[in-house]
Ligand binder design. Structure first.
Ligand code: PAF
Length: 280
C-alpha cells in the first residue's frame, strides 16, 4: 500500500488503475482510524477493485473555538490498519496541498444544513462539502463511503453529489459501537474514565427513543421529551440538541415517519458527542 501527499501522485495512480479498467472506492477520513472507519474501508475493498483512503484533518470544517489543534493524529497506526484491511492508497496531504494560498472557492449548502450540527456549528458543512468536493475531483471515485453516525453529513453529501452532478455512488455504512453501546468516534479518546461511563447516556437515550418509535409512537415531542429526560439523568451531560427531522431534508418534524432521523448531540464534559437512529 502506498502513502502519497500530493494531488498529482493520487491522479497518476488513479489514472493507471482507470486505464486498466479498474473501479475505485474512496473513504474520506480525518484519520485516527477506529473500527467505524474500518467498516467503511472493508466495504470499499469489497465493492471496488481499488480503495483510496484520505487522511486529512480538514481545518475549514472546525470553528474558531473547536478542537482542530488537539484533534488526535496517529499516521503510523492508520497506515498499518489500512494495509491490514486491504486498502491500496492513502492520500495524506498537508493543508497547503489542499488549500493553496488565496483559495477563495467554497461549497455552501442551504436547507439541509440549517438544523442539527449545522445550527450548532455554522461553518462546519461549508468546510465538509468543500473538502469532500475537492476529494471527489481529485480521486474521481466510482463510490464513496461515509458513516451513518454523521447522519446529517451523509444526507448533505448525498445531496451535494446530486446538486453538483459528481455522479458518484454514495454509500452510507451503519454505526459501529463499542460493546457497551457507545458509538465509536475518534473524539472518545478525549473522555476521562468517569466521562467514558457518563457517555453511555447517549446510546441509552437512542435505544429508548428507538424502542418508542418501533412501538408505534409517532409524536416527535413525546420521543424527544423522553430522550431528553434520560440524558438529563446524567450530571456530566449537557444537551446541545435532541431533534427529529425528515431523513431527506433534515428539517424538523412534529410527526416521526419514514424516512426520518432522530439525532442527538451531547457534551460530556468538554467533549461533544453525537448519535442517532434512522426511521426507515
Ligand atoms: O467524517 C469525517 O471524518 C469528515 O467530516 C470528512 C468526511 C472526512 C471530511 O473531512
Amino acid at each position: 500500500m502506498k502513502i502519497v501527499k500530493t494531488v498529482a501522485e493520487v491522479r497518476a495512480q488513479v489514472k493507471e488503475w482507470r486505464d486498466a479498467g479498474l473501479t475505485v472506492g474512496l473513504v474520506p477520513t480525518m484519520g485516527y482510524l477506529h473500527e467505524g472507519h474500518g467498516s467503511l474501508v472493508t466495504a470499499s475493498v469489497k465493492g471496488n477493485h481499488k480503495t483510496v483512503v484520505s487522511v486529512f484533518v480538514n481545518p475549514t470544517q472546525f470553528g474558531p473555538t473547536e478542537d482542530l489543534d488537539k484533534y488526535p493524529r496517529d499516521m503510523e497506526h492508520d497506515s498499518a490498519y489500512c494495509e491490514e484491511l486491504g486498502a491500496d492508497l492513502i492520500f495524506a496531504p498537508e493543508p497547503e496541498e489542499m488549500y493553496h494560498e488565496g483559495n477563495t472557492t467554497f461549497i455552501d449548502m442551504t436547507v439541509l444544513t440549517e438544523e442539527l450540527c449545522g445550527l450548532s456549528r455554522p461553518t462546519h458543512f461549508r468546510g465538509v462539502c468543500t473538502v469532500v468536493g475537492k476529494l471527489f475531483n481529485i480521486v474521481r471515485p466510482d463510490r464513496a463511503y461515509f458513516g451513518q453516525k454523521d447522519a446529517q453529513q451523509l444526507a448533505v453529501l448525498k445531496h451535494m453529489n446530486e446538486d453538483l452532478n459528481f455522479g458518484i455512488e454514495i454509500i452510507g455504512c451503519p454505526i459501529v459501537r463499542e460493546d457497551d453501546g457507545l458509538a465509536k468516534s475518534s473524539r472518545n479518546t478525549y473522555l476521562s474514565p468517569e466521562e467514558r461511563k457518563a457517555a453511555l447516556v447517549l446510546s441509552r437515550s437512542i435505544r429508548l427513543g428507538q424502542a418508542m418509535v418501533q412501538g408505534g409512537e409517532t409524536d416527535a415531542k413525546k420521543v424527544i421529551d423522553a430522550m431528553t429526560a434520560e440524558i438529563n439523568t446524567e450530571p456530566l451531560a449537557k444537551i446541545d440538541y435532541v431533534k427529529a427531522v425528515d431523513g431527506r431534508t433534515m428539517q424538523q418534524v412534529t410527526e416521526i415517519k419514514k424516512p426520518g432521523l432522530v439525532a442527538i448531540a451531547v457534551y460530556i464534559g468538554k467533549t461533544r458527542l453525537i448519535d442517532n437512529f434512522f426511521v426507515e
